[in-house]
Design a protein around this ligand. Structure first.
Ligand code: GLA
Ligand code: ZN
Length: 674
């Protein structure tokens, strides 16, 4: 089971006509036609509508909405509607709402508010999914099922505590094994009964917040449990859908979202989808990284861009507007990275409540002559002309970047050496360097098959488990290059240090040993000298300074200041016919770029325009073998480059020969089919 079958890139998004009078629906439909909108996501928060009372289901309004979309020839991504529970449910069963990290039992309110362990939530959400699927499975307009909405957060209630204990019994079998894993001899924590175990919260192991725990093992396991408890909710609903329908099932992810280990979820989804809301000031590489992470979830299978705002968000303190061309540029960027659908939140704006000022394709006035509507309609027309050219196309990446929720969790919940090291920032710095170099990257789980890659980049691989170190070594043994960084190879699956030299199981591959490390305030930089002779450059390093002792590695860069001036900071080890690189400090972006290009160079992996700032390139290969080269100008100036491939620009129908000048205006896009 994989992606929904469509003839073109589905274009549209969340549509909630149950929120406004039916008299408006006709106007909505006319506007959708004008914008070539062919897909609607329906019913995401409809639980109170479809089950107005414990013993009453009422699908009459949803029937009309679904029928109407079908009659107008639209595809429907139909939600089960369980992202927010109804008020009567919370009143009848107070245990259905969550208990927060501080131990406060929440009452009815908000959304994404159900305790994942609540039997009544599990039963009723499954029942609703069963009824929704049973009712609409035969409708030809339905192409996909959307379970819940943006699963996330956590609950610390007694039901979750009980669920946690059961989960632990399964994981460890005996309390003796659990005591070893959690290192409970420390601070008199030895457990002698499963019922003594408490969820790690502000009332138990934590101080200052969710990242400050006395026992990393306990908190790591609670994060794993929480992620799995919510996965169980997803699976409950999916199984209920399966009783009536074979259509693909997804739920909308959030990219680099810390609480949920999407890699552990991925096999349970038929296709991945996600909501792209880059934080203010994010680079295009931030979005590229997230897209590639989502594409990596299903072994490189395309994903759906389930949501993005056409113009602005509403939930932030300050909500900037996407300037002209940016919505189009970012939509094409998603397609370039493997999106086989381009969908918005939302098609028409809510009149009230917290999202009334959230951007929408159609605003409150229902006009077609707005800038945002015009831009959406233009993109709709482009995607219509594109047809099926990109559907099912794969990214031919030879570089893998490892992304690991366990490492993210373990690193950021550790006391020492520095709270300033943030996993996403370290990963992004390396992704940014790859992005600048113009290479296609698969962002994959530590369990992924690494056999097809020439280069594997593993930043801040703090937690190393299973055969991972062997598989990384294997990449180098056969001639590939592996790069890892400071704070890698530090702990095992339980968050306990290895009784070995740092970087633990990565030591043979990297050929180094680290006995000491210094951590300093953000403003303290130590210059690092990289390379030799004419290639020599000086860059800045910050946050953590590991004093790298080469065992078999050669020195590539050294600190220039402080009492450890002259000590190696960056090394390269010959291993098999390849190399293991080690970067012992947080180099500035120029430094990371320098190292990454050294790693890529012997493999001939630079993209066509590695030195044109802001110009992104990405390749997809269609199922018939046709190559598509995407060029996206994220810069504020026009760029002119020379074509390196011959083909037709699918957006302009202009033929391009090798050597022809290619001009991209700011926010300009070209898709060259070779
Ligand atoms: C999320 C949700 C939507 C909506 C948007 C607003 O992605 O899934 O329901 O709240 O954010 O940006
Ligand atoms: Zn709970």
């Amino acid at each position: 089971m994989s992606l929904p079958i469509t003839a073109k890139v589905p274009f549209g998004g969340d549509y909630n006509p149950e929120q406004w009078p039916e008299s408006v629906w006709e106007a909505d439909d006319r506007l959708f036609e004008l914008a070539a909108i062919d897909t609607v996501t329906l019913g995401v928060f409809d639980w109170a509508l479809t089950q107005p009372a414990p013993d009453r289901y009422d699908f009459s309004l949803l029937d009309r909405i679904v029928d109407r979309a079908n009659r107008r020839g639209r595809m429907i991504c139909l939600a089960t509607g369980t992202g927010a529970h109804p008020a009567w449910l919370a009143r009848a069963h107070p245990e259905v709402t969550r208990v927060d990290f501080e131990g406060r039992r929440h009452r009815f309110g908000q959304r994404h508010n159900s305790c994942p362990s609540s039997p009544v939530f599990r039963r009723l959400s499954t029942e609703l999914a069963h009824r929704v699927a049973g009712r609409y499975a035969g409708n030809p307009a339905v192409v996909a099922w959307h379970v819940g909405n943006e699963f996330g957060g956590a609950c610390y209630c007694d039901l979750c505590a009980a669920g946690f204990r059961l989960w632990l019994r399964e994981r460890y079998g005996t309390l003796a094994a659990l005591n070893v894993a959690w290192y409970t001899t420390f601070w008199s924590h030895t457990f002698s009964d499963w019922d003594e175990i408490e969820p790690p919260s502000a009332l138990t192991e934590h101080w200052r917040g969710p990242d400050h725990t006395a026992f990393q093992g306990i908190t790591l396991d609670y994060r794993r449990f929480t992620s799995e408890a919510m996965l169980t909710n997803f699976c409950d609903e999916k199984a209920a859908i399966r009783e009536a329908s074979d259509l693909p099932v997804t739920t909308n992810f959030m990219g680099m979202y810390r609480p949920i280990d999407y890699h552990r979820w991925a096999e349970h989804l038929d296709f991945a989808s996600w909501d792209n809301y880059p934080p203010e000031g994010s680079s295009p590489a931030w979005m590229g990284l997230n897209h590639d992470l989502m594409r990596g979830l299903k072994g490189g299978q395309p994903f759906w861009l389930m949501e993005q705002t056409p113009s602005m968000t509403a939930c932030r303190d300050v909500n900037p507007l996407k300037p002209p061309g940016v919505m189009r540029l970012w939509s094409w960027q998603a397609v370039a990275h493997g999106a086989d659908a381009v969908l918005f939140f939302q098609l028409r704006a809510s009149r009230g409540a917290s999202e009334k000022y959230h951007g929408a394709v159609v605003g409150h006035a229902g006009r077609a002559d707005t800038r945002v509507f015009r831009e959406v309609a233009e993109l709709g027309a482009e995607l219509h002309r594109l047809g099926d050219a990109t559907l099912g196309a794969r990214t031919p990446a030879r570089v893998a970047l490892l992304f690991d929720w366990d490492s993210w969790w373990a690193l950021e919940m550790s006391d020492g050496p520095s709270r300033l090291v943030r996993y996403q920032q370290v990963v992004l710095a390396y992704y940014q360097a790859l992005w600048d170099a113009g290479v296609d990257v698969d962002v994959v789980a530590v369990t992924a098959d690494l056999a097809g890659y020439d280069v594997v980049v593993a930043p801040a691989l703090h937690l190393v488990d299973g055969d991972l170190a062997d598989r990384l070594a294997q990449v180098a043994r056969r001639g590939g290059s592996v790069l890892t960084t400071f704070l890698s190879g530090r702990v095992d699956v339980d968050g306990n240090a290895f009784l070995a030299d740092v970087p633990g199981p990565l030591a043979p591959l990297t050929g180094v040993r680290v006995d000491e490390w210094d951590a300093r305030a953000a403003e303290v930089a130590n210059p690092v000298c990289l390379g030799t002779g004419a290639d020599r450059v000086e860059v800045a390093a910050r946050l953590v300074f590991e004093l790298v002792v080469p065992v078999s590695a050669e020195v590539v860069g050294s600190y220039r200041a402080d009492w450890y001036a002259g000590t190696p900071a960056v090394t390269r080890n010959s291993y098999g016919t390849g190399h293991g690189w080690y970067v012992g400090t947080a180099l500035d972006q120029a430094g990371v770029c320098w190292v990454v290009r050294q790693v890529l160079a012997p493999h001939g992996l630079l993209g066509p325009y590695p030195d044109v700032p802001g110009l992104e390139t990405a390749v997809r290969v269609a199922p018939d073998g046709t190559r598509l080269l995407f060029l996206l100008n994220h810069g504020t100036d026009a760029v002119e480059v020379t074509a390196t491939v011959a083909g037709v620009d699918l957006l302009t129908d202009v033929r391009v020969a090798v050597g022809d000048p290619l001009r991209l205006e700011p926010a300009g896009v070209a898709v060259i089919r070779g």
